[in-house]
Write a protein that binds this ligand. Structure first.
Ligand code: ZN
Ligand code: FE
Length: 253
């Protein structure tokens, strides 16, 4: 299975997962239809399914036009059935959906929105995290508590560490600047910054990132890392207070 990165709108990514043999594909979070149609037509690929991580406009904007054009089926979390346009297949938490013989684990990860889910493609060792986990960042909390978001991030952290992370937005440089502000003098962060800054300058996406790098360096995933908390002087904060502190600092960064 091939995964194609499709830049959309200002800083969104949609992803097309294509079975090379059958020329069938699904798309994750089509913000808009035009770039998806252009890719599918150029490569003569048929769009069987549209997968949404959550109901925000910049993740579902292309749903109806694509569904009409390719006769695709739309999938989303069962509890978001009234706010995902054109939804056909209602997914449950921990359900395993099958795409072209490939198992896809669906998990409910509330926090950014109450109905957010991720899609983990087992064979591809890839997770599509929408606006829950970003590279070196995480989504804002619009409909969930800090504790819910921590538990959602824990679900992502518990995937195999070699998992590739495909997130919903290209926010990586700004996120890295924030991580470097919190975790000063971390040479690995500085290296990442140099490397990704070069990619962005050459108009290359920073995605996918590696889950292992995120666990090691993303300050939003450090709520349970005592050594880290001590290093930055937050050893007195429990998981929720630590996460709240980091999230609040980022919201005002
Ligand atoms: Zn969103
Ligand atoms: Fe978004």
């Amino acid at each position: 299975m091939d995964i194609h990165i499709i830049p959309c709108l200002k800083d969104n990514y949609a992803y097309i997962v294509e079975n090379k043999k059958t020329k069938s594909a699904c798309v994750i979070d089509p913000s808009e239809a035009a770039p998806i149609i252009s890719f599918l037509n150029t490569n003569k690929v048929n769009l069987k399914y549209i997968l949404n991580t959550h109901h925000h406009e910049d993740h579902i904007g292309g749903n109806l036009e694509l569904k009409k054009k390719f006769n695709s089926q739309i999938l989303g979390f069962e509890k978001d059935k009234n706010r995902i346009p054109g939804i056909d297949i209602l997914l449950k938490n921990k359900e395993i959906w099958n795409f072209e013989g490939s198992d896809v684990l669906v998990e409910h990860v509330p926090g950014h929105t109450s109905g957010h889910i991720f899609y983990y493609f087992k064979n591809e060792e890839s997770v599509f995290t929408g606006d829950t986990l970003f590279s070196f960042g995480c989504g804002r909390l619009f409909e969930g508590s800090y504790l819910e978001m921590i538990n959602s991030l824990k679900k992502i952290k518990s995937l195999p560490h070699k998992t590739k992370v495909f997130c919903g937005h290209e926010y990586t440089i700004n996120n890295l600047k924030f991580c470097m502000e919190i975790d000063k003098n971390n040479s690995e962060l500085k290296e990442k910054y140099t490397q990704i800054n070069n990619s962005i300058k050459n108009k290359l996406p920073s995605v996918p990132c590696n889950l292992s790098d995120e666990i090691k360096l993303n300050v939003f995933l450090k709520f349970d890392d005592l050594k880290f908390k001590k290093r930055i002087g937050f050893e007195d904060l429990n998981e929720v207070d630590f996460f709240k502190k980091i999230r609040d600092l980022k919201d005002n960064f």
